[in-house]
Design a protein around this ligand. Sequence first.
Ligand SMILES: [Ca+2]
Ligand SMILES: [Cu+2]
Length: 430
Amino acid sequence: MENPPRSSAITAVSARMRKKERTKPQSAPAYSTLRRLVWILIALTTVSAAVAVAVFRPWPLSPATKVEAGQPMAEAAEAAAFGPTIPIATSVREPSPPGMVWIPGGDFSMGAMDAPATARDGMHAADDARPVHRVFVDGFWMDETDVTNEEFARFVRATGYMTIAERTPTADEFPGAPPENLVAGSVVFSPPAHPVVLNDHYQWWLYLKGANWRHPEGPNTNLKGREKYPVVQVAYPDAFAYAKWAGKRLPTEAEWEFAARGGLAGKRYPWGDQFRPSGKWMANTHQGHFPEIDTGEDGYAGIAPVAQFPSNGYGLYDMAGNVWQWTSDWYRPDYYWQLAAAGGVTRNPQGPETPYDPAEPTEKKRVHRGGSFLCTDQYCSRYVVGTRGKGEVTTGTNHLGFRCVKPVAANNREIAATNVAQSTNKEIEK
Ligand SMILES: [Ca+2]
Ligand SMILES: [Cu+2]
């Protein structure tokens, strides 16, 4: 699943959706006729897409990433297995920064082999997390929870920072946008009252005037009692500015995944292979019928405060649910193929040089990680730890937040390395 980029939400599409929302729900017969038509359209689209895929690859692959003729990408990926996670055996000689936990770093297998439900959403979510490849990341500190409203408010008070959703879009930035849409706002989950075909996310995403981090679901909502909820409606530059102010930075995609796996290797979720071990809910996801009914069986319909579910092996909360999180990597669907083709262990990957999403080639996207309260096996199973998301950089929504990381001070890292050498020697002496 992916949110519509701000640009297309502000231009013609959102105007159409607003009109649609204002009109009364259609009568049942009209709706079923419409549904039949939609299904015929889907069938036609699928056939033509299949033909198109047979003729063109969905995105250009550089020579290095070409898969042998006749060998489907998926098969090539299955051949690569998960290896063990090998953490660096160091202890750090500096106190934990408040609210942060130590992620040891080390070698691990990154990616997902199996994400069947995401294959339906038409975003190559299954393919773009392949193949599984070996990566090394240095150790780092990571926020144990997503950044909360209370923390973001402190930043805004100290700096006077104005988020992108609070800035009025101009006709120059969004040529062709209807004037009534040139208002400050953001994209909000606004589910219809009835079931819809899951091929058009504008059925549940709407550009709402006045939606921003202080009013996450629109102008009539606020943060009263939501101090400990993750801040949402933050675009990438907003998250970046917060991190800088806090003396931290945003995690790379590789750091995020190493941390989310919590020391385990090749598991489907941050806690293991069972979605609900012993019947226990492990993350805030979506139950009911997507998108119109959220039953909240896991304890929360919609967003939850941070840290309401068990932490993972590194003490991190909400790495599989509640809100998606920004990472600093540009998005390209074939990035893992490039790394795998280069072979060996990639050290501290920073993402591709430039963004490219064949689905929306003009939008600049960065990688989103983690699941959200909207994730469901009916539409998008991003709680699967190796899967990837993506989002246009200026677009925030009410299920997207972030957390920060902080490298260990260089002199403390050296001390840690010395300590390891000494302790190793002691072992030998004994
Ligand atoms: Ca829930
Ligand atoms: Cu999702």
